[in-house]
Design a protein around this ligand. Sequence first.
Ligand code: FAD
Ligand code: NAP
Ligand code: SF4
Length: 682
Amino acid sequence: MNNGSTRYPHVFAPLEFGFTRLKNRILMGSMHTGLEEAPDGFPRMAEYYAERARGGVGMIITGGFPPNAEGGAGGELATPAEARQHRLITQAVHAADPDVKICLQILHTGALAPTPDCVAPSAVKSRIGRYTPHALDDAGIEKQLADFASCAALAQAAGYDGVEIIGSAGYLLSAFMVRKTNLRTDQWGGPWENRMRFAVEVVRRVRAAVGERFIVIFRVPAMDMLDGGLAWDEIVSLGQALQAAGVSIISTHFCWHEAPVPTIATMVPRAAFSQVTGRLRKAVSVPVITSNRINMPAVAEMVLARGDADLVSMARPMLADPQFVLKADQGREDEINTCIACNQACLDHYFDGRQQVTCLVNPRACYETLLHYRPVAVAKRIAVVGAGPAGLAAATVAAERGHHVTLFEAGAEIGGQFNLARRIPGKEEFAETLRYFRRMIDKLGITLRLNTTVDAALLRAEGFDEVVVATGIEPRRPDIPGITHPKVLSYIDAILGRKAVGRRVAIIGAGGIGFDVAALVSQAGPSAALDVAVFSREWGIDFENHPRGGVTGVLPQVEKSERSVWLLQRKADALGKNLGRTTGWAHRMMLARRGVQMVGGVEYLKIDDAGLHTRVNGEPRLFEADSVIVCAGQLPLRSVYDGLQADGNRGQQAHLIGGAFEAVELDAKRAIDQASRLAAGL
Ligand code: FAD
Ligand code: NAP
Ligand code: SF4
């Protein structure tokens, strides 16, 4: 059954270019995965992209490849030998589906390149760059232009259908455009016509190198969020000049790595930035791509239908579910494993540099050649105890492989702690993961037994072949005098609203949950993640007038509850140090703007009617709190597993996963990954 074209007519309308054609309007946006530089990267990328091609996407843009050594962190495409390696990717994609187009992204990171040889228009060090770049002289500029053209020609020789040139985010081309990074007084600096010259010249050279029958996409900084960034008339004139220079498609980007505005995190409303693409689309005649927080087919259809764009780019949603487009086309959108914009396994891994990019909800992402969910020869009867993220992942992977799975859950609904997470303002997307698992339970014929608290005796009695224990955690209750005082709440009570929270709130513990609870109790009015107007007020964005950078430059107006909130920890370090690398700063900034006071170095002495008595860095301090919410970490809940162990094996193998296995530094990423890998081998 294919009903995508009736349900999502705009998404499934082909796009003609004369020399080529896109079969639908969804492209997989560029995501740097680290495989670009990895020794075994090419075969892995070939399968990673081929899987997405089989999943129905119209066009794929690869992760970024620098055109020369000074442009990035290795992995450049600068020689015919390097181009030959890329054939693995292009052949795999075209073999998977000849109608799918694949373009190579040329990424010159300029001052952000992690090499002392990095180059930029001027010797201005980026706050997040490692080195002060060398200012390019005339010969250096000529070399860069030639390298871009040569890289595009090599991409064409390697079998790509086109290239995307990234001209945004603070990388080389955009650094020419912005005054604070371009201090030149020659023909490449000063007035806007000069500052955009390099980008336009790159396109002209690339077009000359590849001829007319090759896709050239340019990613423009459509809203860079920089105080003093690009003005709207500059963006329009850039788009028009790029069009005249020969681009086939303009892609709008809403990002500058240093800008203090979240643009893709889960706290950003869906499709918040597409209206900007819509305005640019009116000023140019080539097709225009929009992006950012478009994670379901209905959202893509909506932005296309209202004329905001000709094409929709989705990067992280394609990590989360390679079959996204196919499922939309077949009316199976409720089976889409939705990207929840957490950044935990994709961008955080990339910027951290120590772990392979993958996806919290799909641990197979970027492991397509290594992690397989193969059908089983002999189906076993498997019990999974606990329907939190770990149990849900184990149950669905085991059932997908053909096992007979019974999933037991003590509560009245599936989800475990994700049912708490989804109630936090800015984490509403977490509900999508539970919708996905609910549908999979149904589709895969898993027997779900809710309201059933399991013990070892029940599991023995029912005679399962294997038992997976995913019973999660219990909150830690610190041993503070007065911890049983009526004003003390657990985070579960606070989030579920089981007990009223007063006007003055002290939160014990400032880990991920402490921060989330602080966000919840300091929230007033609608969640910014669900309301573009609130989001833009909170982050100082002016979508309507589009001042320079799109930001007002005045102190953002933050809506906050009337509560006084203290967020406390024992460590003397800065609070929130261990939050997500690419999102933690936004959480800290949001709470600070709401007046949440963050205090480290706290020793908890007692809780009584007066409040929470402490010593802060050795000095006595009373927090006159009406409510004390405990977010002091968690302990594994292992009674079921211990019961099974005590009872002896009796031919029924037991496995322990998720929080029940290890509560320290547990998160859903680790829980789902561990569960999926276990179930892949059952
Ligand atoms: P749980 O989610 O704790 O699930 C265990 C399940 O087992 C429960 O449903 C329980 O009822 C059931 N159970 C227990 N005993 C029995 C029994 N005897 N019989 C039957 N059923 C039983 N993680 C992230 O990665 N990113 C985030 O942004 C994030 N935000 C969070 C926000 C909040 C407010 C909270 C509370 C947690 C957040 N987490 C986040 C943490 C994440 O939710 C947990 O790491 C994850 O849920 C652990 O999964 P689990 O399956 O091991 O355990
Ligand atoms: P956590 O991150 O380990 O934080 C626990 C907090 O409690 C810390 O601030 C700790 O700091 C404090 N604490 C620990 N023992 C204590 C004690 N005995 N008495 C008083 N305070 C104590 O755990 P969590 O906040 O419960 O979160 C659980 C997991 O969920 C985390 O590992 C996290 O990864 C995940 N999560 C992630 C996100 C996210 O956005 N990625 C959001 C929520 C949750 P001190 O010891 O310094 O006081
Ligand atoms: Fe999306 Fe999170 Fe997966 Fe990244 S890790 S693709 S943000 S769900």
